[in-house]
Design a protein around this ligand. Structure first.
Ligand code: ADP
Ligand code: MG
Length: 691
């Protein structure tokens, strides 16, 4: 191995088989760990470190505390019992202070692994000290003295392994690479560019060394941070390049409106004034719609923060300019609701609204150009279609749906859609503007990672008069009391939701369970009429139930979480959520946002029998906090990004070192560094962008 020899590929790209001591067989085992190149090997992250400069004397072991001991094997053997179906491998270790009894259950292949007289390093917890006994400790053989500076007398890395690879072997390979090659690992970042509070971060080469062979334990975290920063830099660089490519080909349609011809009457008849946040966001959107590149904007706002009005104004600006808007919602119920709402708002303005769902396509027939359609439209061949609003579900994506002069795409409740669906809709036009709306507050780390190529607006105040929803956690033993609270609301003429757990809705037995729950609620709340809504109902039946609830014909709606997003029934003031522990916090927060919308205070009762303290604590977060962002952060900490994002996680980078829960400062730093470098290099090559 001679890395200075000229080679088509750089040494860190070499396959591991070019390293001494790594043949085909070992390479196959390494591949199972995801290690194929020298770089993969060097980035193989230890799962912990052992301080082998100090060992614990066996006589001083404390029960329950993990400890590292070193000694010689006095006896070993495998014992079978229960007619040979079970076995235990036992070993006695002696270190001059006492003897330690070690046991490994049902691992017959250990027989013969260690011999009397072998020297071992053992890491584990003693269960009892009379006599000292460890079950399933990790054991490593001390072989000879020649390599003790790699494996002993230091902070020693312990790696994730696969069967038939040993710590010693892997550690020696990494040591060898690090000590026989000049440290010319490519470094994406000049150290001088790090801000003052990050000066403790090492170079990449130093980080790789510290990752495996640190002198002090703090160095391992600094190394992790540096390698994580590199991952975030690469990610943001890729996002930046994607955005650059887009801006080179995309021509923005001028959609910023026409002297408020439609918006002004719209706002006058709205019945309320926009909040400060809504006004600020609309100013940002208007600038985007008139900008040089198509808008790519994410609008985050807690449940009830009033995103729909913002969407309406953005649509009207576009329509004023003579272009159409498409609005995609994740469920039929929500699409229908938007359709009804926008008809109420837009009919008086003479702006056409169409609806597309899998079973219904409705709206005005294509009419001759009306007064507000500007000149441009007349140049389109065929009968001109007035610019209007096309509302729909996924049905909008259907290839037969054509939206002429598509200027703006709005996606409601983005977390319900994948990125590919959003792209499909965008491709119906020629670089339309894109506004993505979400009420699932995304923790900043995930937002920056997933949406790093988008501009972000936040609706951070709620419309006036909104009362926070009081939230209580109860057990099913207290259900009687719960139904009494619901009844008290019903007698005041209010309405209630009862939400059954998240279930596989295609499953017939689950539907039976919801029906049963419906019967229980009917009995408990007699004589109030109780509706039932679940995903298995035919669409027209869903409509009928939803409409009956909206009109007040049903006082109570028993439902699966299909009502989760966007549904607006102002008189609903109370919500009972059964088996609440089966939901994520953000989802519960979203659900309870359905109530207390009509100026009446809302009450949400989470029913849960989960006895685990974690589950209880999780639900308490909702009792205490009404801040969607704080809740999302808690959810991220408690459940991790995969659970939190569901299908969206496919958009996340694979991270070996970066941590989406803890690394917000590093992610922000990476974004800033990429922006600085790129805009500096752009300024050298391009004339300045006109404002
Ligand atoms: P979300 O952000 O969850 O989609 P909506 O757009 O459905 O919220 O708005 C929730 C409710 O608040 C609606 O009934 C809407 O009419 C009302 N609303 C929106 N903006 C305001 C405002 N500025 N003042 C008063 N009420 C508002
Ligand atoms: Mg909404």
């Amino acid at each position: 191995m001679n890395p200075s020899r000229s080679d088509a590929r750089e040494p860190w790209d070499w396959p591991v088989t070019r390293l001494p001591g790594v043949g085909q067989e070992r390479a196959r085992l390494l591949a199972r760990l995801g290690i194929q190149t020298v770089e993969d090997l060097l980035l193989h992250r230890p799962r912990r470190y052992e301080d082998r400069r100090r060992f614990c004397r066996i006589a001083e072991l404390q029960p329950g505390e993990p400890a590292l001991v070193r000694g010689r094997v006095m006896a070993t053997g495998l014992r079978s019992f229960r007619g040979r179906s079970r076995c235990v491998y036992e070993l006695i270790l002696e270190d001059g202070s006492a003897r330690l009894h070690c046991r490994w259950w049902n691992m017959p292949f250990l027989e013969g692994r260690f011999s009397i007289g072998d020297e071992l390093v053992l890491y584990g917890k003693v269960r009892t000290i009379n006599p000292p006994t460890m079950d399933h400790p990790e054991a490593e053989l001390v072989e000879g003295v020649e390599e003790s500076f790699i494996h002993l007398d230091r902070l020693t890395p312990i790696y994730p392994l696969t069967e038939r690879l040993t710590q010693r072997w892997l550690r020696a390979r990494i040591w060898h690479v690090l000590n026989h090659w000049p440290p010319q690992w490519p470094d994406s970042l000049a150290h001088g560019r790090l801000p003052a509070n990050w000066q403790h971060l090492p170079t990449r080469a130093q980080a790789i060394r510290w990752l495996h062979f640190p002198d002090q334990i703090e160095q391992t975290e600094w190394a992790r941070q540096r390698l994580a920063l590199d991952e975030f830099l690469a990610w943001h660089q890729a996002l930046w390049e994607r955005r650059q490519r887009f801006q080179q080909v995309a021509i923005a349609l001028p959609c910023s409106g026409d002297h408020n011809r439609l918006i002004k009457p719209f706002l006058t008849h709205l019945g309320f004034t926009l909040t400060e946040a809504q006004t600020r966001v609309l100013r940002q959107i208007r600038a985007d719609l008139g900008g040089r590149w198509p808008m790519r904007r994410l609008l985050q706002g807690d449940v009830g923060s009033g995103k729909t009005v913002v969407a309406a104004c953005a649509a009207l600006m576009t329509i004023e300019s003579g272009y159409a808007t498409a609005l995609m919602a994740p469920t039929e119920i929500l699409a229908e609701q938007h359709y009804a709402q926008f008809r109420r708002w837009f009919d008086p303005l003479d702006v056409p609204v169409w609806l597309y769902t899998s079973r219904r396509k409705t709206g005005p027939a294509h009419r001759p150009v009306t007064a507000f359609t500007p000149e441009r439209t007349r140049r389109v061949a065929g009968p001109p279609v007035p610019a209007g609003l096309h509302v729909g579900t996924h049905a909008l994506l259907h290839e037969q749906v054509e939206i002429p002069r598509l200027g703006l795409v709005i996606i409601d409740e983005q977390h319900k859609f994948g990125v590919s669906q959003r792209e499909l809709l965008v491709r119906k036009g020629r670089f339309p503007h894109l506004l993505i709306m979400t009420a699932t507050p995304i923790p900043r780390t995930l937002g920056l990672t997933l949406y790093g190529d988008l501009d972000v607006s936040v609706l951070d105040d709620l419309p006036p008069g909104r009362k926070p929803v009081r939230t209580l956690v109860r057990s099913s033993a207290q259900l009687k009391e719960v139904w009494e609270m619901v009844r008290a609301e019903l007698t005041r003429g209010h309405q209630a939701y009862v939400v059954c757990p998240r279930i596989e809705e295609s499953n017939a037995s689950a539907v039976r369970a919801v029906r049963k729950e419906h019967a229980v609620v009917q009995t408990a709340l007699q004589p109030y009429p109780v509706g039932l809504l679940h995903g298995k109902l035919p669409a027209h039946e869903k409509d009928r139930v939803m409409e009956a609830f909206r009109s007040g014909a049903f006082a109570v709606l028993v439902s699966t979480p299909v009502i989760e997003v966007g549904v607006d029934v102002p008189r609903a003031t109370v919500m009972v959520i059964l088996n609440a522990e089966s939901f994520g916090l953000a989802q519960l927060h979203q659900l309870r946002g359905r109530i207390g919308r009509g100026g009446q205070p809302g009450l949400c009762i989470l029913v849960s029998d989960a006895s685990a303290p974690e589950a209880q604590n999780r639900l308490r977060v909702l009792e205490e906090s009404a801040d969607g962002f704080a809740i999302a952060e808690a959810d991220l900490r408690l459940r991790g990004p995969g659970e939190l994002l569901g299908q969206q996680q496919s958009g996340l980078p694979r991270l070996r070192f970066g941590d989406l829960i803890r690394d917000l400062p590093l992610i922000e730093l990476a974004k800033r560094l990429v922006r600085e470098t790129q805009s500096a290099s752009l300024q050298r090559t391009r004339p300045e962008r006109p404002k």
